[in-house]
Design a protein. Structure first.
Length: 136
């Protein structure tokens, strides 16, 4: 396969599978850490109005979803990519970072979570995904 096409495919697969991992973790998070009483998590408006009820434990699963989604997506991009694997990984990491930044503007969250999420969940996890599969 043409290396350019393979690299494009690697990014698309990494972003798609990483997003599925992210959403899968978010979907099961309520069964692992139940939402606060009275919180409506079925709509974006309900989530916004319930955010003040969240305790720090309620932010653990979203952080893991962001971090593991990025890690898996970046690792897949590095595995599938033909050339410039570190650039592919960085591209996937930046894509998820931009998504996380957009989410911050859509959903109010405590500043501590915003800082931890943006600093530790995206670029470092993409780097770790790269280190897991790229030699040299």
């Amino acid at each position: 396969m043409n290396p350019i096409l393979r690299n494009i495919l690697a990014c698309l697969v990494g972003i798609t599978i990483g997003s599925l991992v992210n959403m899968g973790i978010i979907q099961i998070s309520g069964s692992i850490i139940p939402p606060p009483n009275g919180a409506d998590l079925t709509t974006i408006e309900g989530l916004k109005s319930s955010m003040n009820l969240f305790e720090p434990k309620h932010f653990l699963m979203p952080f893991l979803a962001h971090a593991l989604g990025t890690l898996v997506g970046a690792a897949l991009a590095a595995l599938i990519g033909a050339t410039h694997k570190k650039k592919l990984v960085l591209g996937v990491g930046v894509y998820f970072l931009l998504g996380g930044t957009a989410a911050i503007f859509m959903l109010p969250s405590p500043i501590w979570f915003t800082v931890v999420d943006l600093i530790f969940a995206y670029i470092p996890m993409a780097y770790l995904g790269s280190k897991m599969v790229v030699r040299g």
